[in-house]
Design a protein around this ligand. Structure first.
Ligand SMILES: CC(C)(COP(=O)(O)OP(=O)(O)OC[C@H]1O[C@@H](n2cnc3c(N)ncnc32)[C@H](O)[C@@H]1OP(=O)(O)O)[C@@H](O)C(=O)NCCC(=O)NCCS
Length: 174
């Protein structure tokens, strides 16, 4: 278990699924949000590592879901931080936990997709060292395009370089 500031970072379990899905519904338009069964599939069927940031009251402040794509490639399925907790380094911390889990499984490459319209997520991933590889036409059900991002395991120093600096509030209550 990793702890930072007032949040605790821990593996997600089956009891978290409904809350994670509800947070995802708040974070994304219906045409971009995953159906609930995707959460069940990753967490309960595939047992892919996922992690939540939890406050002192036990409420989930954010989560990240991963998947294993084979041939040394790990994926970030999604990352959601509850709005009032954003901008405090929670997303960065969750990505670090997810990347460590995927690296521990042998990932040499990390991959993810995000909507071409999601400017905040694009800046977030680029700051963490992800590189935009290509545009995927009609990636989402309603036909919206996505960017494919990749990061090599050897680029993890980029994440370390971007870790919150000394003195910056990190995961403190908003
Ligand atoms: C994207 C998201 C996970 C970022 O989480 P977060 O905890 O707010 O991110 P952090 O505080 O760790 O920010 C890290 C960096 O990302 C970038 N960033 C984060 N929020 C940003 C914003 N609103 N505008 C511009 N850049 C932003 C900045 O470079 C920031 O570094 P800085 O604080 O030194 O400027 C969060 O905004 C979110 O949940 N959004 C809705 C769901 C979503 O779009 N998820 C991505 C799915 S593909």
């Amino acid at each position: 278990m990793v702890e930072a500031g007032d949040l605790t970072y821990r593996p997600a379990d089956g009891a978290d699924i409904n809350t994670m899905w509800e947070i995802d519904q708040l974070c994304f338009d219906s045409d971009l949000a995953y159906p609930e069964d995707v959460f069940y599939f990753h967490l309960l069927v595939n047992r892919d590592p996922a992690f939540v940031a939890q406050d002192k009251a036990g409420k989930i402040a954010g989560f990240v879901m991963t998947a294993w794509e084979g041939r040394g490639t790990g994926a970030i399925v999604t990352i959601d931080v509850v709005e009032r907790w954003r901008g405090l380094g929670v997303g960065t911390k969750l990505m670090g936990v997810a990347e460590s889990a995927l690296a521990g499984r042998g990932a040499k490459k990390l991959t993810l997709q995000t909507s071409v319209n999601n400017d905040v997520a694009i800046r977030f991933y680029e700051k963490l060292g992800y590189v935009r590889k290509k545009r995927i036409r009609d990636y989402y059900v309603t036909g919206r395009d996505a960017f494919l991002f990749e990061k090599l395991a050897s680029d993890r120093e980029a994440l370390i370089r971007q870790a919150p600096q000394k003195g910056k509030k990190f995961g403190s209550p908003p």
